[in-house]
Design a protein around this ligand. Sequence first.
Ligand SMILES: Nc1ncnc2c1ncn2[C@@H]1O[C@H](COP(=O)(O)OP(=O)(O)O)[C@@H](O)[C@H]1O
Ligand SMILES: [Mg+2]
Length: 343
Amino acid sequence: MGALSVRVAVVFNRDEALLGGGVEDAIAVQAVVACASAVAESLRASGASVERIAIRPEPREILRVLANLDVDLVFNLVESIGGDPRLEAAFAGALELSGLAFTGSDPRALGVSLDKPLSRVVLAAAGVTVPRGATLARGDEPLDVPFPAIVKPTREDASHGIDGASVVRDVAAARARARFVIERYRQPALVEEFVDGREFNVALIGEGAGAELLSFGEIDFANFPADVPRIVTYAGKWIEGSDDWNRTLSGAAKLLAAAERAELERLARGAWAAIGGRDYGRVDLRLDARGRAFVIDVNPNPDLSPDAGFALAAQRSGRTHAQLVARIAELALERRAARTRGA
Ligand SMILES: Nc1ncnc2c1ncn2[C@@H]1O[C@H](COP(=O)(O)OP(=O)(O)O)[C@@H](O)[C@H]1O
Ligand SMILES: [Mg+2]
């Protein structure tokens, strides 16, 4: 022990007040507080001297806190400010301006991936297959997608705004759901071709197309009744004891044909490089009935809680939570050292 002899500030958002969505949307926001404790503990186990800093939604205070930080590294777990996930990128921008070394992705990658229509364009331009889709800002714009389709908020993550009613069978239902999303989440809705087959999570460490891939995760939909859409809903991810939670199982990916695995790897690496993610990320993919793979979602700075998908993938690949967190810290410190050397 004692390999990581640096001073680290673990920063996280403390903002139960939400801009959009309902009361239940707060559960996902509060999970970051427990995550910060686990990350701090793991960093200490590796020898770092650690302080935890809660970021509250007061702009001047945030800038003052950063200006007064005297540490070698900021471990950035801030996912939103005042409940607004768009400020995740702004906070990374403030870290950049502060001159402090920090873990995870830069503001650009965080901003692109939180904007689903934009990230679809970036991925497609890089040759990464995405489902067909259309963005509706009002609800009545032209809509040319195959059905069934899924309707999602364009600028949320953590499955906010996703439930059984998100999957629709025709244009009228798609428009109705889009209007609901626009109204409730105050942002455009994305209507996307529904990719009906197996769903995988690919965790990556590092950056670019050469990033290290961890053991694939897979969502097991076997317990879903025939009339319930096979998707990871907000309840399935966050509301313990709900029907969706009880039937949404995840674990190591089951048997995959070599060609399918190779294609999932190609798309995961391609997506990660195209978004410009750094240090750690997770790419969600699905197969369709014919075995073609699609990227559904790219997540820079994914949840690092010990019981969340990323840490479980690391564990299957032989890394403890402490080793995982130390590796992420090292990547950020190496990047800083390389920049100081003028590399
Ligand atoms: N085009 C799609 N086809 C099939 N399932 C989808 C599609 N888009 C999203 N889903 C389902 O909805 C879940 C959440 O969507 P995702 O785009 O990952 O949103 P978030 O950014 O909130 O995680 C996915 O894990 C998947 O189960
Ligand atoms: Mg997702």
